[in-house]
Ligand binder design. Structure first.
Ligand code: GAP
Length: 508
């Protein structure tokens, strides 16, 4: 489904609004409405349960957004948390220079995919994709070109050779998408951290930063947590919280925001074991994603060619968003970079005494870091469908994995008279104690079903005249639109079986 349709559905059905909408919004900043908050909480809860509740050696923390400014010196963010930016002198539009080159390569990749799908059609069952890619002159030429460009981009960025990044853009004849102009400025590094001032008097104001990742709140508390939880390495600390980045290029809805939420876990391990734990967490996190039920084929790993300043290995779990495979989660082997630097900058001993090894050391860290808004977009975009119905009409339906659905149930009296609403309200008052439930008696029943489909409610409980006679209700399934008549007495058990998050957690 096109991203435009997803954005308008999210607004129309109370998931996401542009921030400060009445003032024409604020670029790359969004507000979550009721259904959005519920969905976000369900995702958060599923992550927390899988990471914290299911691991006796992982504990939680909720550290402050503001931190001592030296934190960001020690973490390397003051010096190295930059994006290379380039301006188009004619349109005055600003771009990420690396993204311009990567998007150019993506176009070449799409050409390769087109060639492959044409050949698949031509050769039918006998098609050998691997051999075709290796032997087809057009495809192998395109592949080599992409590799060459990306290698050069990575080398230039690693060597901080921003002139060469600009040269590459000019040589590839990349034009501004708005003006078509190829008149580019120099490439300059731009720090992504937002800063503000702290202090009571104008003379004593200190510049502090809004955290660009939640991880540093975990690092600076490493020994506090270790001592109070009495956990031994290897152990982890998990956190969900807001992070802020001055993303200049705001595109693709909530995929890249200035204010967003991260779900991060730092796992502290003995030095030398980090690669092993890195592999373990890569697999564990992939299993978690797949357990949600959005199709294994929609996920893939991508190794980082260019490592962040703190990592000795890193990869992304990518998801197939409406605009292609993109990063959903990062898994990083962060070495002892952060803790060592915090020890150096703070002058405090951050070493851990390992009773098994009988020695002191700074633990190494494997990090899993996922954007909550990003997985929200993955779930929303995967779930939104336009179904063609047998009667020729269409319905908009959000086929959320049921345990994530913001509203689990709707209780609907068939008509607004003859005691049906009273009966339905009694059921509603009982069910709302267990599930997020809506009561709706307005409009014809068909329209009410459509309204629930559009917000992704997996089950509707309908009370009709038969209910008054024999205490049975109908249970309508969102995906198949089938209705089953069941005794009211068995409703709670049936719903427990269908909605219990335990069924999904077992796959973790
Ligand atoms: N602590 C490591 C870290 O922050 P990252 O790869 O920069 O690593 C981790 O970010 C995750 O946070 C990403 O995989 C993505 O899901 C999410 N994320 C990063 N920047 C974001 C942004 N501007 N808007 C929304 N989500 C973002």
């Amino acid at each position: 489904m096109e991203i435009k349709k997803i954005i308008s559905h999210a607004k129309e059905y109370g998931f996401i609004f542009p921030s400060s909408d009445i003032y024409e919004g604020l670029s790359a900043v969004y507000d979550y409405a009721h259904n959005g908050v519920e969905l976000k909480n369900n995702i958060k809860n599923y992550w927390w349960k899988a990471m914290v509740d299911l691991h006796s050696n992982i504990v939680g923390i909720d550290s402050a957004i503001f931190m001592h400014p030296t934190t960001w010196k020690a973490s390397g963010h003051v010096d190295a948390f930059n994006d290379p930016l380039i301006d188009n002198k004619d349109s005055k539009l600003r771009y990420r220079a690396d993204s311009l080159v990567e998007e150019y390569c993506e176009k070449l990749d799409n050409k390769i995919l087109k060639e492959i799908s044409k050949a698949k059609k031509r050769f039918g069952k006998d098609f050998d994709q691997k051999k075709f890619i290796e032997t087809n002159p057009k495809v192998s030429k395109l592949k080599k070109k992409v590799e060459k460009i990306l290698n050069r981009l990575n080398t230039s960025l690693e060597n901080s050779d921003l002139n060469d990044v600009r040269n590459l853009i000019i040589e590839l004849e990349i034009a501004c998408e708005k003006s078509g102009s190829k008149n580019w400025s120099d490439v300059k590094q731009f720090n992504l951290m937002f800063s503000t001032k702290l202090g009571a008097t104008s003379g004593s104001m200190t510049e502090i930063f809004l955290r660009p990742e939640t991880a540093q709140g975990i690092f600076v508390n490493f020994l506090n947590v270790q001592k109070t939880s009495r956990l031994r390495v290897p152990f982890g600390i998990a956190q969900v919280g807001k992070a802020f980045r001055n993303e200049i290029i705001a595109r693709q809805f909530i995929f890249r925001m200035k204010e967003f939420e991260q779900m991060e876990m730092q796992f502290f391990v003995p030095p030398g074991t980090q690669k092993e734990w890195y592999k373990k967490w890569m697999n564990k996190r992939m299993e978690w994603h797949k357990s949600i039920g959005m199709g294994s084929e929609n996920y893939r790993f991508k190794n980082h060619e260019k490592l962040a300043h703190y990592a000795d290995a890193a990869c992304d779990i990518e998801f197939k968003f409406p605009f292609g495979f993109r990063e959903l989660e990062g898994i990083h082997s962060r070495t002892d970079f952060d803790l060592s630097n915090h020890e150096r900058f703070s002058g405090k001993n951050l070493k851990y005494f390992d009773p098994k090894l009988e020695k002191n050391y700074i633990p190494y860290v494997v990090e899993t870091s996922i954007g909550l808004d990003r997985i929200f977009l993955a779930v929303l975009s995967w779930s939104l469908r336009e179904d063609k119905l047998n009667d020729g009409t269409t319905r908009k339906v959000l086929k959320f994995p049921v345990f994530l659905a913001p509203i689990k149930l709707a209780v609907l009296p068939l008509v607004k008279k003859d005691g049906l609403p009273q009966y339905a309200k009694k059921i509603f008052d009982d069910l709302k104690l267990s599930y997020s439930t809506q009561y709706d008696e307005k409009d014809a029943i068909g329209r009410r079903y459509r309204r629930q489909d559009a917000i992704g409610t997996p089950f509707c409980v309908t009370i009709d005249y038969t209910t008054l006679d024999d205490d049975t209700v109908t249970l309508r399934d969102r995906d198949h639109m089938k209705q089953e008549r069941i005794p009211l007495a068995s409703l709670e058990n049936i719903l427990n079986e269908k909605l219990n998050v335990r069924n999904w957690l077992r796959a973790n």
